[in-house]
Write a protein that binds this ligand. Sequence first.
Ligand code: BDP
Length: 593
Amino acid sequence: MLRPQDTATRERKSLTGLWQFALDGAGEGRSAEWFRRPLTGAREMAVPASFNDIAADAAVGDYVGDVWYQTTVRVPRGWDGRRVVLHFESATHRATVWVNDAEVVSHEGGYTPFEAEVTEHVQAGAEARITVVVNNTLSFQTIPPGVIEDTPDGKRQRYWHDFFNYAGLHRPVWLSATGRAHLTDVSVVAGLDGADGTVQYRIEAQDAAGAQVRVVLRDADGAEVATGTGARGTLTVDNVHRWAPGDGYLYDLEAQLVGEGGEVLDSYHQGVGVRTVAVDGTRFLINGEPFYFTGFGKHEDLPVIGKGHNDAYLLHDFELLKWIGANSFRTSHYPYAEAVLDCADRQGIVVIDETAAVGLNMGLGGGIFGGQGYTTFSPETVNDQTREVHAQAIRELVARDKNHPSVVLWSIANEPESDTEAAEHYFKPLFELTRELDPTRPVGFVNVMLAPYGKCRVSQFGDVVMLNRYYGWYTQTGELKAAELAWEEELEGWAGEGKPIIVTEYGADTYPGLHSVPPQPWSEEYQVAYLDMNHRVFDRIDAVVGEQVWNFADFATTSGIMRVGGNKKGVFTRDRQPKAAAWALRRRWRRDD
Ligand code: BDP
């Protein structure tokens, strides 16, 4: 699948804006065929945005079930005879779409794109009604998992991940047009050969009998540096400008479909960063150079719009990453909007790209997130069907993000149960699948403190060890000396595995404006002292090749006695103001300043 673009042969029309929106508490909309007419009793809803916080109403905020979105779009007059596609960058967690009265597509999984050709259902120059039923229910057969419980307060969605279950149309929606003969996929794999670069490409097309593929690679100034013909090939770039952390240099690969008479039937542009990634012993190499990750686990989370994509915050967050000296982040705990990865490509920020497999661990929670009393892996809970949904989520993530130079590592799950035989059986094939889909990037998963060194049975499959640890917070709370000893001892164990270690989470909840001498948990001073302790440990262990603080910013969670207006481990507040820790990290990460 190719993202909609405006090119010499393609057009796109954005469907963002205000749509009609209705809750379907009785679950009657599908059988009553609400898509056949304007939604009755609808209110307006912004797209892109989570629907939850827009209305000041718990019945919307905590709603579980089907919600309906509807809009009308006038198909441009000039699209007569064109192939028309309706493209959703995401619908959380699943959706079915109708164009006028025709059902055109359904999709499972809240963070990857899907589309349908709708040519036969629309007419150039006429309006088309687009109706989407989005469903936010989580079960043991979804990624992430959850269960619904009936309570005196109504239907409640329980889940084992620590962020609010925002839902809706979080990302842009597009109507786009191509010619009948069109490109359907572009894959690139870059390599280095001394000072030169190589770009292997593979182009796919449809309804293109008799047409030829031509590719043109241009540098950032638009100068042609290599050309090729045929659906597959390798281009060489003399004296290549490498993509590197802090230097997001991109070439542009234009793929063209050329007709028998030499006419360009389709043209698509793909940014290409020429860089390599490898793991060598305990080192993580980018372009053959050891790389040390600094940065954060993030969230897509904002006041009012929840997980809705917002370009202003996108840029502001990247400015703050630069300000603080971060060179990387993890897309905890789901694939982020594609615009985020584009920005990382352009700005030379390194990304650990994660699936939405979070909360596959019934050992976690202890009353924090609720819903205890289940076994993680069993025929009734996380089972073979869940694994297939998980596998599909990995396929869609790799298909979507394979060409981003910023993505250097796949994280196939966050903190799953990993100390049991069942976990080993569940995960082995998923690692194999990821490697088969992308042999060019290392693969890992994020290990939880319940499966410490010596107990984990899944880390054997990873190329790197990714650890989330809260010594000095969830354990040894307020006792940083004890925490330091215990943390170092565990890390020494992992270092013996001979793989690079990235600490993907360490953090302490901090209430902004709370101060104390001596530093007490929840105070800004404690967050600083806690981070300092962690850094002393990391600096003593060579195998540690990265530190990503939990979290970049405070974020919304379900209510609970462990959460004060959400998770407060942010180094920035939810509205992106720095806590004392932000200045401390800046001093460590930007030694130039
Ligand atoms: C880890 C999770 C993360 C949580 C964090 C925390 O990976 O999603 O938000 O702990 O407790 O278990 O703050």
